[in-house]
Design a protein around this ligand. Structure first.
Ligand code: TPP
Ligand code: SF4
Length: 307
């Protein structure tokens, strides 16, 4: 594994000067993912903040082949490109060893693109799909998605007198992808760059379909100070809200165990989207959210043979 000093010297595939918000963790995560790439790469991109902000016509921030298609078929498009590549390679028309990576936000992945992602993974295309999960449809103004945590205030689950934020729990997409029995599935956080690079290398070299789910804090939607994005991602990991693990050929393995599991409030408190939960009448929701995190963590420890 290269050192961070060596990795930052690599020519960036995602150039500076894109139009994502200052302090957005999505491009940080994308850069970490791309640091693991040592071959030519084709990037697929579902609609969302990352896509619209990096490709404002006639400019692009991508120094590689890049393809966008509608929200619901980014994975299908990438799988078609990968299949064409395989054919051209067989015919001797392409000599280079390419890799294929698709990025999608949680709206494009958990919700609208789920069927095409499931199909691409099930067919076993040699491609990696990375979901940057900022927990809402941020690009269009912070609407709830099935990745939005319970209790969050969004424009379509507004916290008020009658409804204390999103009433439903979030979907466990990483487990759904693991249930596809593909060679590689993992969960990562940009607060742990080394873990990201290591897992992406494994995913790209697994020989088949791979999925990585990454937490990607958004200060616009989560409402925390702009400069605290990576700290927010770290708190998600240390409270076990967003555990780091991988599933290699069906075998679950924890890749990071916080020395001290922090209480969930440390992750919730700095975020404006949870502010209303600290009113006395809503405190029971925080308690229930903590219980949910504890249950998920215990179940994960068991799955990973750690309990
Ligand atoms: C089928 C379809 N429905 C709605 C839209 C409008 N739209 C564009 S981006 C977006 C939200 C994307 O959310 P997410 O995938 O979570 O990415 P983020 O913007 O948060 O990075 C929506 C609803 C669209 N482009 N296509
Ligand atoms: S709205 Fe959020 S996810 Fe989108 S670019 Fe800004 S900080 Fe990033």
């Amino acid at each position: 594994m290269a050192t961070l000093k060596e990795l930052v010297k690599k020519p960036g595939i995602l150039s500076p000067g894109h139009r994502l918000c200052a302090g957005c963790t999505a491009p940080t995560l994308v850069r970490q993912v791309l640091m693991a790439v040592d071959t030519p790469v084709v990037i697929g991109n579902a609609t969302g903040c990352l896509e619209v902000s990096t490709t404002i016509f006639p400019q692009t921030a991508w120094r590689c082949s890049w393809i966008h298609n509608a929200f619901e078929n980014a994975a299908a498009t990438a799988s078609g490109v990968e299949a064409a590549y395989k054919s051209l390679k067989r015919q001797g028309k392409i000599k280079d060893e390419f890799r294929f990576i698709t990025f999608g936000g949680d709206g494009g992945t958990y919700d609208i693109g789920l069927q095409s992602l499931s199909g691409a993974m099930e067919r076993g295309h040699h491609m990696l799909y990375v979901c940057y999960d900022n927990g809402a449809y941020m690009n269009t103004g912070i609407q709830r998605s099935s990745a939005t945590p319970r209790g969050a205030d969004t424009t379509t689950s507004p916290a008020g007198e009658k409804v204390p934020g999103k009433p439903a729990n979030r979907k466990d997409l990483t487990a759904i992808m693991a249930a596809h029995n593909i060679p590689y599935v993992a969960q990562v956080s940009p607060s742990h760059w080394n873990d990201v690079v290591t897992k992406v290398k494994k995913a790209l070299d697994c020989g088949g379909a791979a999925f990585i789910n990454a937490i990607a804090p958004c200060h616009r939607g989560w409402r925390y100070p702009i400069e605290d994005g990576i700290e927010m991602a770290r708190l998600a990991v240390d409270t076990c809200y967003w555990p780091l693990f991988e599933v290699v050929n069906g075998e679950w393995k924890l890749t990071y165990k916080p020395r001290e599991k922090k209480p969930l409030v440390e992750f919730l408190k700095p975020q404006g989207r949870f502010k209303h939960l600290f009113a006395p009448e809503n405190e029971h929701i925080i308690k229930e959210m903590q219980e949910q995190v504890d249950r998920n963590w215990e179940a994960l420890l068991k799955r990973c043979g750690e309990a």
